[in-house]
Design a protein around this ligand. Structure first.
Ligand code: GLP
Length: 268
């Protein structure tokens, strides 16, 4: 696991966007051989999306041959609902870049058969050749996508009931009214994320410090689903200083030193 510590949210976002641009350009995708990107919602990736839009406008990257799969979607919100992940993705990213709408995959939280919808999503990922780079955020309790504590670490895309903690955390997007937050969602599984060729997790702010310390120093446990990252060959956490506050000093220094020594920028 690589841990990249950036001074603040702004630089974290820029680093992540640069990494995505670098990964897409390195793959040199074509219509026949597209780049497959897994994408998150939430406040953590917003800065990255803004930087990606800028890079697109500056012609540093094109999304024409990129296929995307979003991690999750609430059950029961219409795609036009401002808090649906459909709305989030189009509004904050897709509407501003040259992605082909046919290449955008977001689960339908209103599908008549939700189990079928999850299976279809997994099949589409497989047909696309698997995800090249899965980007994610984490919840304060270490959840990834909507894989709440207790989620199987080999889980696949499925329906998930949200924990009270997540409903409370996400109520900030629903006028701080927990009654408006959907109680369930469709989410890729931990196993689905681990199948990606590479994983990039964005962690910012002190509210994520307890989850970050588990991700890096904790034992692999279904009670902290993000710890599953330790089982992946090719994972990167990019975080800001505030998120590192619970790390052991020695570990913090180790990762900082590697960064300085190896000069780990965008690529290996
Ligand atoms: C939600 C999403 C997760 C996201 C998490 C953290 O629960 N399903 O994918 O990582 O929130 O959100 P934020 O980035 O706003 O802290």
């Amino acid at each position: 696991m690589r841990v990249i510590i950036q001074p603040d949210y702004n630089e974290l976002s820029q680093w992540a966007a640069d990494y995505v641009v670098h990964s897409i350009n390195r793959a040199n995708p074509t219509a026949r051989d597209p780049f497959v990107l897994g994408l998150p919602t939430g406040s953590s990736p917003l800065g990255m999306y803004k930087c990606l839009i800028k890079h697109y406008q500056e012609k540093k990257v094109s999304f024409r041959h990129v296929i995307t799969f979003n991690m999750d979607e609430y059950i029961g919100l219409s795609p036009e609902h401002p808090q649906s992940y459909h709305y989030f993705m189009w509004h904050n990213f897709f509407d501003h870049v040259d992605i082909d709408p046919k290449n955008v995959n977001i689960m339908d939280g209103n599908a008549p058969d939700l189990v079928e919808e999850c299976m279809r999503f997994e099949e589409k990922m497989e047909e696309a050749g698997g995800v090249d780079l899965f980007i994610g955020g984490i919840g304060p309790d270490g959840h990834i996508a909507f894989n709440e504590p207790g989620s199987s670490l080999v889980s696949r895309t499925r329906i998930k009931q949200l924990t009270h903690d997540t409903i409370v955390a996400n109520s900030r997007f629903f006028e701080n009214d927990i009654r408006q937050v959907p109680e369930s969602a469709l989410t890729v599984g931990v196993g689905t994320i681990l199948d990606a060729k590479e994983i990039l997790i964005l962690v910012n702010g002190y509210s994520k410090a307890k989850a970050l310390v588990q991700a890096i120093e904790g034992a692999v446990s279904q009670m902290w689903p993000i710890t599953a990252l330790q089982l992946h060959k090719n994972s990167i956490i990019v975080c800001d200083e505030a998120a590192t506050l619970e790390l052991k000093v020695g570990n913090y220094k180790y990762f900082k030193e590697i960064q300085e020594r190896v000069g780990y920028q965008t690529g290996r």
